[in-house]
Design a protein around this ligand. Structure first.
Ligand SMILES: [Zn+2]
Length: 311
């Protein structure tokens, strides 16, 4: 295996931070946290934010299987079980997992299965459409990140603290060694597609003072795991600038092929999907246009394949 500079840097930082040597890296610790109803940093708001992002890009849906690594009390589990086909909840704390189970039961959720195991020790027999790890110390290291990427047939959702690697907050505060930044450098170097979604949280410290902590979601997608019609979909919104330079574009709903000059209506809205303008097809009125600058072939054959996948 090739050793990448940023991967090595990450590994060194992880070892230096020594987060895995602290009490927070023991089953006993998390069992205790489960009893005090802890383990939830900021409630539902940030889960909504990532859910909306994934749904808008059709990266998850009714067909999806999801693995939540270090599910804790199951906040993500319940939210994702509501919109996905099946969720697998993994935690190595028996107490955490049993609270998670109980809460799903109370909520009437029955499309969840549970794995009591250490993520790094467990041999998975299947891939998942989406993998989530939220503030899970077990995943603050490149080995875990690689395992996540290998297990996902779609996006890997990675949530942790987002402070500059060489900044004053480099020392572990809550989230180990600022693994989002290290993961980001690693993804860049490996050439793996990702998006970063920042999330700032007002944390009440033990002494009662409020401190703003910057977090971020990384949504990483290994291209080789995704087929072209899935990847091409990403070019069907926020593409006004690109389309205006294109000579040709196509609609994967009506499969019409036309010049972008014919587009009269643009969806411009204050959301991540349409902020920079999304084309409405002049022939069928659906927001399902992609241009040649996407790099995908604008042909009847390809548009038909996209139609089969998305409609
Ligand atoms: Zn159309």
């Amino acid at each position: 295996m090739t050793v990448f500079f940023s991967r090595q840097k990450w590994q060194e930082a992880y070892e230096k931070a020594g987060f895995y040597r602290t009490e927070t890296n023991t089953i006993e610790y998390w069992d205790k946290v489960a009893e005090t109803d802890g383990g939830s940093l900021s409630g539902k708001k940030h889960i909504e934010c990532i859910k909306d992002y994934l749904i808008a890009r059709k990266l998850i849906g009714a067909h999806s299987t999801v693995l939540d690594i270090g599910c804790g009390l199951g906040e993500y589990v319940r939210e994702f079980a509501d919109i996905c086909g099946h969720v697998t909840a993994l935690d190595y704390s028996e107490k955490m997992l049993s609270v998670c189970k109980e809460r799903c039961k109370t909520a009437g959720i029955d499309n969840v299965s549970y794995i009591l195991a250490d993520f790094m020790e467990y041999d998975f027999t299947e891939k998942y459409d989406c993998i989530i790890a939220c503030l899970n110390p077990a995943t603050y290291q490149p080995d875990a990140f690689d395992k996540m990427l290998a297990l996902s047939a779609g996006p890997v959702i990675y949530f942790s603290m987002d402070t500059p690697i060489d900044g004053p907050d480099t020392e572990p505060v809550y989230c180990g060694c600022n693994s989002v930044r290290y993961a980001e450098e690693y993804l860049k170097e490996e050439g793996i597609y990702y998006r970063k979604i920042p999330y700032s949280y007002e944390h009440i410290m033990d002494d009662g003072k409020i401190r703003n902590i910057d977090f971020a979601y990384l949504v990483a997608i290994k291209d080789e795991n995704m087929d072209d019609v899935t990847l091409a979909h990403r070019f069907s919104n926020n593409h006004m600038t690109a389309l205006k330079k294109d000579k040709i574009c196509g609609c994967f709903y009506c499969t019409g092929i036309f010049s972008p000059d014919e587009i009269e209506d643009w969806l411009i809205d204050d959301n991540d999907c349409d902020r920079y303008g999304t084309a409405i097809c002049p022939y069928c009125g659906i927001d399902s246009v992609i241009g040649e600058s996407s790099g995908f072939p604008i042909t009847k054959e390809f548009l038909n394949r996209m139609k089969d996948r998305w409609f």
